[in-house]
Design a protein around this ligand. Sequence first.
Ligand code: AMP
Length: 300
Amino acid sequence: MSAVAVVGSVAFDDIETPAGRAAHVLGGSATHFAVAASYFCPVHLIAVVGDDFPADEREYLASRGIDLSGLEVRPGRTFRWSGRYHEDLNVRDTLALELNVFADFRPDVAAAVRRAPYVFLANIDPALQQGVLDQFERPVLVACDTMNHWIASAREPLEALLPRIDLLVVNDEEARLLSGERNVARAARRILDRGPRTVLIKRGEYGAILFSPESVFAVPAFPLEDVFDPTGAGDAFAGGMVGHLAATGDRTDAGLRRAIVYGSVLASYIVEDFGGRRLRTLTRDDIERRYRQFVALTEF
Ligand code: AMP
C-alpha cells in the first residue's frame, strides 16, 4: 500500500450555514484531506500551525495514524478562515482569511516523505505548492486543489504548476474562473489544454465530473436530506479518492471511477455535521455501507 503526502492548510474555522454556526473548529484543506485519506492508506501531513494549536487536536490527527513529523509549530497564530454559506449551499462568502504562520512557511520535506508516491497539493498558496512538489523524488500521481482566492491573486504560479499535475480538483466556479468559460465541459477542455492530465470538477450537491482527453465520468452526490456544513467536502472528496488510489494502486479507468465513488462517500459524510466533526466517529464499515448504496443509486 502506498503512502500519500499532503501539503495544505491546517486551520481554525468560523462557519455559518443556514443550519447554524460553529466557531473555532478544526479545519483546513490538508486536515480534511488527511483525515479522509487516513481511512485508506498512510498519510504524511506537511503544514504549519501556531503555538496556539491545542494538544488534543494534534492527538486526534495522530489517532488517525497521520504522520505529523512534517507538521511544524511556529510562534504565532494558526491559519484562520471564516465563511458564510448562502441558502444555496454551493455559494459561500469568505468573511476573513488570516494566513498567520503560513505567511512565510517554506517546508523542508523529510527524506522519507520525499519518496511518497502519491502527493496531494491541497488548497494553499500555489508558490508553496510548487516549492513542496519540487522536493518529491518521483511521485506516480500528483493531485492539486485550489480556490478562487489563489486563482485571482496567484494565477501565474498556479498556471506554471498545471503541466505537472495528474489530477486537478476544482469546483465549477473555480473552473469557470480559471478557464474563462461558463459551460463546465468547455471549461474542463480549456483547463486540460493548460497541462493537467485529468480534471475533476466538483459540483456540490450535483456531484462531480472527471474529464480527461479520452473520457468523461460523472458521479452524483449522495442524496442527503440534511446538509449541515459543506466545509471540507472538496478536501474529503479528494482524500477519499486519492487515498483509495494509493491503497489499491489501480490507476486504470475503472480504478479511477471506484476511487471517485469513495471520494463522494467521504464528502457525503463530512457535510453531515459542522467542521469535520462527523469524521471523528466515522468507521470503515460506514464507508463500505454507503459505497454499496452509491452503487445501487447509480445502477441501471
Ligand atoms: P473546502 O470546503 O473543501 O473548499 O475547504 C475548506 C477549508 O479550506 C476550510 O477548512 C478552510 O480552513 C480552508 N481554506 C479556506 N480558504 C483557504 C485558502 N485561501 N487557502 C487555504 N485553505 C483555505
